[in-house]
Design a protein around this ligand. Structure first.
Ligand SMILES: NC(=O)c1ccc[n+]([C@@H]2O[C@H](COP(=O)([O-])OP(=O)(O)OC[C@H]3O[C@@H](n4cnc5c(N)ncnc54)[C@H](O)[C@@H]3O)[C@@H](O)[C@H]2O)c1
Ligand SMILES: *[C@@H]1O[C@H](CO)[C@@H](O)[C@H](O)[C@H]1NC(C)=O
Ligand SMILES: *[C@@H]1O[C@H](CO)[C@@H](O)[C@H](O)[C@H]1NC(C)=O
Ligand SMILES: *[C@@H]1O[C@H](CO)[C@@H](O)[C@H](O)[C@H]1NC(C)=O
Ligand SMILES: *[C@@H]1O[C@H](CO)[C@@H](O)[C@H](O)[C@H]1NC(C)=O
Length: 725
């Protein structure tokens, strides 16, 4: 029954005449082509055998099924793996074999029933689950729609409104909620699960329980007129939430087809739409991001040595400022015991208050119960000295940026902490080797670069030096994952990965503005492309003070690549330094809502006259495409350099850095994936063209030139042989 490698199902017939079909494909019992074929075979056998009266479908290892096997997407997209013929799974197996069978089936659901897993379960004649089971259709997250009948059956079980919500947000529901919705028929503990399902299916056979073919249920469906309103509302919302995405609208169309033309028509429309979407750029990009996210914690030469992460229970955070309190918040939220150290009572109290405020804002938003709040805050204690540092497993330093202060701190840490303790610094500008200069502990010093606010932003850059030991990196990766961050391992350079890749973002905006492109139009075009904010709105949010401080480092390190504009300094002279001062590129009202500010043009004029740049009609009428390319190709150029220098080990890590660190649209696959969709040659040629027109500033880097000459994708350089660290 199928090969062992790609999963199978088993069939066991009990004395009661119930056949239990078990899906076995660890770790999540995904529905690979082999599993699906085997499922059909098991069903055919169960339906033929005279000793089988009824069927239970279940999974192994406390999971029903995590859904369609995503690893086989790639093969089907590139045509290497033959796609099953249209409707084979959805119509032939799920509908015509399972649901239409002459013997009743009950799904016994523990753990996950997601995507295809839930779709198989919905075709059964009843569903029993555990209270904690997670049931959902998250396909839209991958740029496709449910493909095994989910668009037709979910609305018939839970109604249109709820089913649209579940599909469009990709959020699963727990068993407890599912029973109220009508998605499952009963909730029982996991040890009673199979027995209950066996009895249920025999009860169906004896007509003590209803024998329901979900596909033809209608009582949960709204009348047609009302349904149309629900669809139109959902469309408007989908367009608003994700104006660049087509597949949520396709999903709504497919659901509507089933309501208007009947469920069989809906099934066929679903199957056709699925095949088209599977080959879309959006799907390819989102699947790439899915794997790239999981791939960041695989670091060649580090995580392939069989090292196990050591247990970290207690963490000390030095400095209760913005960063330190955010880091402490992230840690206690995930059950780490934290001691927060400050220089005096006043600062300590302020730091602890910041942590409390961070938690309180979660309580207010209903994301956290008062009880959980109390529990979390009880894990935090404040100190003014190193007395209690002896049994700490990890220290994260987040004090002010001052070399001699940090050197002193690390020398003290070496004295007071145990020799196994991980010594991490969230420094953004100071060389880690310099910080550890006065210690003999350089092998356990590592950078932990959080993004502000640390308890909210999802990315963590783990910065290694030449000396950082693999064990320390493995430990950091583990802590990073436990506090629900996506960790990427990078080497040392100015700005590390994210800040360096995007250091030109605002600069190029300024370049365009001085030549006549409108500030607000640039932001609009960039947001339309899919960034959460354009370069000017972002500069306002960060504040010019911080932007300039970090800009200084880049000026020092990459002087040839700085576009010198007087616009920001001129605004600063008038204390217009961003959202914090209510005025920057935008002006902000009491609710911090930004609006364009006509006064800005005065500063732009002045800045132009100082730099002696005249308005160029070409820039006034620049196309959206040109704006996007002029802003992002320099980012691509820098990302190439980061890769070529071995700061990152793989291009996919930098895709994740761009998505999680800057909000680059995941449906474009991250910065390098997007660049490759345009082609290295195209990007190279455009940069060359601009170099001729506007100067060396635009010159493509050597790596980009090399890839363009070979016609090779930028992400092909998988691993750099020598990592500069
Ligand atoms: N927050 C940001 O946006 C930002 C931007 C760039 C860099 N950084 C970096 O983050 C780190 C901290 O930033 P922040 O914004 O939290 O700074 P902050 O000034 O708000 O907080 C630093 C805190 O550390 C405390 N401190 C100083 N010496 C200490 C010691 N020996 N032991 C314990 N505490 C001590 C200070 O009293 C202060 O409260 C710095 O390395 C800084 O370069 C932060
Ligand atoms: C939290 O950590 C403590 C020990 O540090 C442990 O006993 C407890 O089980 C943990 N709780 C959770 C929910 O992980
Ligand atoms: C940096 O820290 C050292 C040692 O704590 C202190 O003497 C010095 O004044 C600090 N420098 C600045 C610029 O704050
Ligand atoms: C880290 O990067 C900075 C900036 O480029 C540099 O000054 C420093 O020497 C680097 N340190 C190491 C160990 O490479
Ligand atoms: C690209 O990198 C090169 C360095 O190799 C630099 O000279 C050039 O200014 C960069 N171009 C852009 C547009 O950032």
């Amino acid at each position: 029954m199928g090969s062992n490698n790609n999963g199978r199902t088993t069939l066991e017939v009990g004395a009661d005449g119930v056949a239990v079909i078990t899906i076995i494909n660890p770790p999540v019992n995904s529905l690979s082509p082999d599993v699906l074929h085997s499922l059909k075979e098991s069903y055919d056998e169960a339906l033929q055998r005279d000793d089988v009266k009824a069927i239970v479908v279940t999974g192994t290892n406390g999971k029903f099924s995590g859904g369609f096997d995503i690893t086989s997407f790639d093969g089907m997209q590139s045509g290497k793996v033959e796609q099953p013929k249209l409707g084979f799974v959805s119509v032939e197996i799920v509908s015509d074999t399972l649901e239409a069978a002459k013997k009743p089936s009950v799904a016994a659901i523990d753990g996950l029933a997601l995507g295809g897993g839930l779709e198989v379960a919905m075709a059964c004649h009843a569903r029993i689950s555990t209270p904690t089971a997670q049931l959902g259709l998250p396909e839209l997250q991958l740029g496709v729609i449910p493909g095994f009948g989910g668009t037709q059956r979910l609305p018939r079980l839970v109604g249109l409104t709820k089913s649209l919500e579940m599909m469009l947000t990709s959020k699963p529901v727990k068993g407890e909620e599912a029973v109220g919705l009508g998605l499952v028929d009963a909730v029982v503990s996991s040890h009673e699960l199979i027995e209950t399902a066996r009895r249920w299916t025999l009860d169906i056979l004896a007509r003590r329980k209803p024998w329901v073919a979900t596909l033809y249920k209608t009582e949960k469906l709204e009348p047609l007129g009302e349904a149309r309103e629900i669809f139109n509302f959902a469309r408007a919302q989908a367009r608003k939430r994700a104006p660049n995405l087509k597949h949520p609208l396709v999903c709504i169309d497919v659901i509507e087809e089933g309501i208007v033309a009947g469920p069989r028509a809906g099934l066929w429309k679903e199957a056709e739409a699925f095949q088209v979407l599977l080959k879309s750029d959006t799907c390819k990009s989102l699947v790439h991001i899915f794997f790239a996210m999981r791939g960041t914690s695989k670091v060649p030469g580090i995580t392939d040595r069989g090292l196990m992460p050591r247990q970290v229970r207690k963490v000390a955070v030095l400095g209760g400022g913005l960063m330190g309190s955010g880091i402490a918040t992230a840690l206690i939220l995930c059950n780490y015991t934290v001691i927060l150290k400050e220089v005096n009572e006043k600062f300590l109290e302020a730091g602890i208050d910041r942590v409390k405020a961070n938690l309180q804002s979660r309580v207010k938003k209903g994301k956290m119960s008062q009880e959980k709040f109390e529990k979390a805050i009880s894990l935090l204690s404040g100190v003014l000295d190193y007395e209690r540092f002896r049994d700490v497993d990890m220290v994260i330093e987040a004090v002010i940026e001052n070399v001699s202060l940090k050197q002193q701190i690390f020398a003290d840490l070496e004295k007071f902490c145990s020799p196994h303790c991980i010594l991490a610094s969230n420094t953004s500008t100071i060389d880690l080797n310099l910080i550890g200069e006065r210690t003999k502990s350089q092998d356990r010093i590592v950078g932990a670069h959080f993004f502000s606010p640390a308890h909210v932003m999802p990315l963590l850059e783990i910065v290694r030096t030449r000396q950082t030991s693999p064990q320390i990196i493995v430990d950091m990766l583990d802590v990073g994952k436990k506090i629900k961050k996506t960790p990427i391992v990078v080497g040392n350079c100015t700005g590390f990965a994210v800040n360096r890749m995007f250091f030109s973002y605002t600069q190029l905006g300024l370049f365009l503005v001085e030549r006549g492109t409108d500030v607000y139009r640039i932001d609009r075009v960039i947001t339309k492309f899919g960034m959460p904010m354009g370069p000017f709105r972002l500069a306002d949010l960060v504040g010019f003070g911080v932007a300039i401080a970090s800009g200084m480092q880049f000026i020092e390190n990459f002087p040839e690549r700085i576009y010198k504009s007087m616009l920001v300094p001129l605004m600063q002279e008038d204390k217009r330094t961003g959202e914090g001062t209510r005025k920057g590129f935008y002006s902000y009202d009491n609710k911090r809502k930004p609006s364009p500010d006509p006064e800005l043009y005065k500063y732009i004029e002045k800045s132009r006259s100082i730099s002696g740049v005249a308005v160029d009609p070409k820039f006034v009428k620049l196309s959206d495409k040109d704006i996007v390319e002029m802003i992002f190709f320099p980012v691509v150029n820098e990302t190439c350099r980061v890769l070529a220098e071995g700061i990152a080990v793989k291009a996919a890590d930098l895709d994740i850095a761009s998505v999680m660190g800057m909000g680059f649209p995941p449906y474009r696959g991250g910065i390098m994936f997007w660049a490759d969709s345009l082609g290295s040659k195209y990007i190279y040629c455009r940069l060359e063209e601009w170099t001729k027109m506007y100067g060396e500033f635009f010159k493509p880097c050597a790596f980009l030139a090399e890839m363009a000459a070979k016609g090779a994708p930028l992400s092909a350089a998988v691993e750099q042989a020598k990592s500069r660290l």
